[in-house]
Design a protein around this ligand. Structure first.
Ligand code: DX5
Ligand code: ZN
Length: 214
């Protein structure tokens, strides 16, 4: 499985969001990670579907939308319409996970489920056969620039083992504190999609940073 890099625009300069997104597209990113926070599910507020729609007009990278919101079922159609290619919602949100996955299928969007650090890996097992991706959070969701939690590596291994046992070609994404040092640990545990915010947007040479993760 090849490594896919999904830079998180949360760490970019929002005053020139279009240029920032294009800079990682030119630098060889595989997708663009878009963090949506509602100030309720997490204590921070970021952006909504109108911004995704504007970005869609200029950026051709697949949009990997990470919903850190309380009621994803209500907003999934807005993000699908705005141009999301893949939408990941949290299993800890208040929406019915099976209904979210079914809705995304109906809308033609790839579906992912995210797990907070305190949620056991087994919790996603009932949904695995219908998913494109599982996101294992390696920090508490809500803010960029936090320290990588290495105790999440076992969860990655557990989920990869279960996917292999079922013969599923699952994307396993990690998000939070990913650098050239923590990425290989996640890859060896079974992850293949790497979100990096500060590491990519904070580096002088974004192409070099993305290449170092590939
Ligand atoms: C955190 C977000 C992450 C964040 C990662 O809640 O989901 O995507 O942008 O940022 P870094 O890579 O700086 O930890
Ligand atoms: Zn994220």
């Amino acid at each position: 499985m090849s490594n896919k890099i999904s830079p998180s625009i949360l760490a970019s300069d929002f005053s020139s969001l279009g240029e920032e997104a294009l800079s990682v597209q030119d630098a060889g990113a595989d997708m663009l990670h878009i963090d949506v926070m509602d100030g309720h599910f997490v204590p921070n507020i970021t952006l909504g579907a109108p911004i995704v729609k504007s970005l869609r007009k200029r950026v051709s990278l697949p949009f990997d939308v990470h919903l850190m919101i309380s009621d994803p079922l209500k907003y999934i159609p807005d993000f699908a319409k705005a141009g999301a290619d893949r939408i990941t919602f949290h299993l800890e949100s208040s929406s019915d996970p099976a209904a979210c996955v079914a809705l995304m299928k109906e809308l033609g969007v790839e579906s992912g489920i995210a797990l907070k650090p305190g949620t056991p890996g087994e919790a996603v097992f009932p949904f695995l056969n219908k998913l494109k991706m599982v996101l294992v959070m390696t920090v508490e969701p809500g803010f960029g620039g936090q320290k990588f939690m290495s105790d999440q590596l076992e969860k990655i291994k557990l989920i990869r083992r279960e996917c292999d046992r079922r013969g599923l070609e699952m994307d396993i994404q990690v998000d939070g504190g990913i650098t050239d040092v923590t990425m290989p640990l996640c890859r060896d545990a079974g992850a293949n999609v790497f979100v990096a915010g500060s590491y990519v947007f904070g580096s002088e040479d974004r192409k070099k940073a993305i290449d170092s993760l590939k």
